[in-house]
Design a protein around this ligand. Sequence first.
Ligand code: HEM
Length: 481
Amino acid sequence: MEQHMGFAVILTCILSVIVLLVLGRQVIWRTDNKKKRLPPGSIGWPIIGESISFFRSINSPYQENRRKFTDEHESRYGPIFRCSLFGKPKTIVSVDPEFSKYVLQNEGRFFQAKYPSSTVKLIGKYGLLDVHGELQRKLHGTAVNLLKHENLESDFMEDIQHVFITGMKKWEKQRDIPIQHKCHQLVLNLMGKKLLDLPPAEELEDIYKAFDEYIGAVLCLPLNIPGTAFARGFKARKTLIKKIYECIEDRRQHPEVNHNDLLTKLLREGIYSDEIIADLILFLLFAGFETSSTTMAFAVKFLTENPQALKEITEEHDAILKSKGKDDQTLTWDDYMSMKFTQCVIKETLRMVSAAPCVFREPKEDIEYKDFLIPKGWIVFVFLSGQHLDEKYHFEAHKFNPWRWQNEGHEISQNPWYMPFGKGGRLCPGYHLARFEIALFLHNLVTKFRWEPLEASSAIYFPLPSMAKGYPIRLHSRLQE
Ligand code: HEM
């Protein structure tokens, strides 16, 4: 009996050790595996992490250094790496086109948009970037419908030409202009007209100023303390929302007045509450204003620095005008579709300078992607600019070379690493409109003016691209030549 007891105790001990070993191994394996599977990377300094070296590199005055930070990390860790950026130590950066596509195409399923809290507070409860699920799909669909390719000719062609031609007429008298600020004004006038049927910005200085403050605050620290950029931006948001509500009231009180704007369309459809409409209109103004106007201004800079490209685009537009005769020089849809080299210039400008240089996502649960674990609670920073400036995909990526696109058609490139307008369920609904506006702007500029830069202007590219002093140029009217 005693012998049996002793045997049972020994057996139990052996079994316990085996069980412990197996469990222990599994725990070790799991932890190890988790460590192994989190993308490799570094953390940098407490709080600031590696933000300073990131900013220094992307905003370098030397084009060839703009990808230095990413190159260094990529050569050490690969195109998906862990890093501490913008106060978020749990950030995973992707410059891997395949992974970026996977993240963006699984919007709503495995990932969802997650923007910095300053952006979210300023765009409001129904600003599209912070709306998820069914409502996001519905609002996105509404934006796509309003801005679709088929509507450009009927809804936008005439207004764009009118706003640009009248706006540029004033430039003739001014001669020296900061082109980036002037492009802002042109696009704001256009968006104000198309969204709310507002008169030009010169007559609405308070709105223009409010909008400038609003944009300036979008990516800054969300400190609502008087005097900070965020506080000014938040106040500006209130001014802008108030203006939109005034327009809503006006449409209701004077239904007999015919306004050809998006606000009227949305009110007539009667699908959304006033609160949703106000946030949607403000978001469209925000999303469509800075992005297009900045791209226009950088296109001017790149063309100025590349005489051969400037010559070629000028010849393209001169030929369009010549084919029309002197009496009616209004552009048609066919003219737009014939602007082949212009499309190359636009594609290349969007590659060199992304008006939306990155998009932010968060995993909705722990996600396994190839060998990596992308844990819930982390941020995925899809670095579009990082992909666009990658030598692996673009020969001499730091050089402006519009001819690299000359074998492509009119549509936005399907190259898997080129995604200036994002991808998937949040693909920019304004991407046809943006390219249309930029093309018509370049047409008017190169056919009406020659110009030279007034000083060598430095530029920054992140978080929002801009040029020092708005890139001042001296204009010479071509009409008097
Ligand atoms: C050069 C010009 C533009 C660029 C580079 C650009 C880029 C982008 C990008 C990358 C996104 C995706 C954001 C994300 O996935 O989180 C986006 C979204 C969006 N864009 Fe644009 N955009 C431009 C012009 C416009 C214009 C002209 C409009 C409209 C007037 C517009 C309206 C929107 C809207 C409404 C969204 C949000 C879509 C959603 O979240 O469902 N964009 N844009």
